[in-house]
Write a protein that binds this ligand. Structure first.
Ligand SMILES: *Cc1c(COP(=O)(O)O)cnc(C)c1O
Length: 474
């Protein structure tokens, strides 16, 4: 494809995307596709002759769009807000269009340096001190793995360059809670700690935050038994209920054992753009690493996960291999992001953040976050005032966790069935989408507010629908 052909096709495609975005609220939220239906619409053998873009656009409309669950739909309240701000989409297109290669500073100096700049801007915008240095990973899952590798090597005096984990006399131990994201367990297993050395710290019965005293007891027990408390993964804004682990206390406990503290604020990091939310992560300055996803609530299109560390030198010592063909005269004077994580080649992801910050402006993003926080508080108020509804967790952010009680004296199983029935009816209708989730052994329903297009009237509409379906299912 020549640049001129690209120009013509590109205009058509941008028009199509803009059209699609303006109309997506008219379709169902949850994809109505049967498993295998998308794949079955494709020829079983690859194309031989080139076709016009128009044919591809036809296929997009006919095959792909019906296979999309519309997470940009204003009535999407499932999982978490996965916004894809169009300003950041332009940055993403630019990243691809420039066709840079990020394998070293020299292979694309601008790629490295724009990433340094936007990571530092984001640090300032979230009120973090200048002791933090940042990079952009693909996801919070990767960031957690990198953090646990760094923690493992700190706790084992760089065992990887010698005999590795089998040579370690005191097995390193990781601490987190049952509310932590599944990626934490995955990272601990992949980093070689072993499932037996992953502790589940108790949580507070009301707010589901980590019980720091239990953490202290577990760490002391492990140390007494010849194991090495190596890392705590603390969550600020858990996936289920946006529970907040008390960082100040956790950091103090971890310090006694020299354990690494990684803060997983994948979802809640966005809230720190507004100063009034920052008390939620009080103590964060004492952590060793920190991750959050602009690709969730803030709205930078996937994959944009910010990862900050305090001790860059240690991180680089763990993650760097430095083969001869990648060495250059500028080493030492510049940042080599390949030594901050797993992949060698990286995309120009910083453009997505840069474009969004410049084209939308930070104040507009902050207004949207405050709007969402207000909407969540409004819904929580309605739920609290309704005698037959229960708010099953505090609402520190934008997620409201509820359960409907149609009659007194129902068994736990009956309540489970009832709540799954009304939420299932809403989801199948396509008019809205909510996720059900288990909390303390019983089903509840999460209303995760924060899609760019979700206004108060949408939340009011949802609440009316929830009440109607809950009564219908009674
Ligand atoms: C979404 C989420 C993750 C996983 O994020 P990915 O970027 O998809 O890996 C981890 N932790 C928390 C708290 C999350 O909300």
């Amino acid at each position: 494809m020549t640049p001129d052909e690209f120009r013509a096709a590109g205009h058509q495609l941008i028009d199509w995307i803009a059209e699609y975005r303006s109309g997506l609220a008219e379709g169902p939220v949850l994809a109505r596709t049967e498993p295998g239906a998308v794949a079955a619409s494709f020829p079983s053998t690859p194309p031989v002759e080139p076709v016009e873009l128009a044919k591809l656009i036809d296929d997009l409309e006919r095959i792909v769009v019906p296979g999309l669950t519309q997470v940009q739909h204003p009535m999407h309240y499932g999982w978490f807000p996965s916004n894809a701000s169009l300003s950041s989409v332009l940055g993403d297109i630019t990243s691809s269009g420039l066709g840079g290669l990020g394998i070293s500073w020299e292979s694309c100096p601008a790629l490295t340096e724009v990433e340094e700049v936007v990571c530092d801007w984001m640090r300032q915008l979230t009120g973090l001190s200048d002791q933090w240095s940042g990079t952009i990973h693909d996801t919070a899952s990767t960031a957690c793995l990198v953090a646990l590798l760094a923690a493992r090597e700190r706790a084992t005096e760089h065992s990887q360059i010698g005999g590795g984990m089998p040579s370690v006399a005191q097995p390193p131990v990781v601490y987190t809670t049952e509310q932590a994201h599944s990626s934490v367990r995955k990272a601990a297993l992949l980093a070689g700690y072993g499932g037996d050395n992953l502790r589940s710290v108790a949580v507070d019965g009301t707010d589901h935050g980590m019980d720091a005293q239990h953490l202290a007891r577990q760490m002391a027990d492990d140390a007494g038994a010849g194991r090495r408390p190596a890392a705590v993964v603390a969550t600020v804004g858990s996936t289920g209920t946006t529970a907040i682990d008390p960082l100040l206390e956790i950091v103090a406990v971890a310090e006694r054992h020299g354990a690494w503290v990684h803060v997983d604020a994948a979802m809640a990091g966005t809230a720190m753009l507004v100063p009034e939310c920052r008390p939620l992560w009080e103590g964060v300055e004492g952590a060793d690493s920190l991750c959050w996803n602009p690709h969730k609530w803030m709205g930078t299109i996937l994959d944009t996960s910010l990862f900050y560390v305090r001790d860059v030198e240690h991180l680089v010592r763990v993650m760097s291999t430095n083969p001869s063909y990648l060495r250059s005269s500028t080493d030492g004077a510049v940042t080599q992001y390949r030594d901050w994580g797993l992949p060698l080649g990286r995309r120009f992801r910083a453009l997505k953040l840069w474009f969004q910050l410049e084209l939308d402006g930070v104040e507009a993003i902050r207004r949207r976050i405050r709007r969402d926080l207000d909407n969540a508080r409004w819904l929580a108020d309605q739920v609290e005032r309704a005698a037959d509804w229960e708010l099953v967790a505090p609402v520190p952010l934008q997620t409201v966790c509820v359960r409907h009680h149609p009659a007194a004296g129902m068994s736990g199983e009956e309540l489970d069935r009832h709540n799954l029935a009304w939420v299932g009816a809403i989801n199948r209708s396509g008019d809205a989408y909510l996720t059900s989730s288990i909390l303390d052994g019983r089903w509840m329903v999460r209303v995760s507010i924060g899609v760019e297009g979700t206004e108060r009237r949408h939340v009011e509409q949802l609440w009316a629908r929830m009440r109607a379906e809950a009564i219908a299912a009674s």
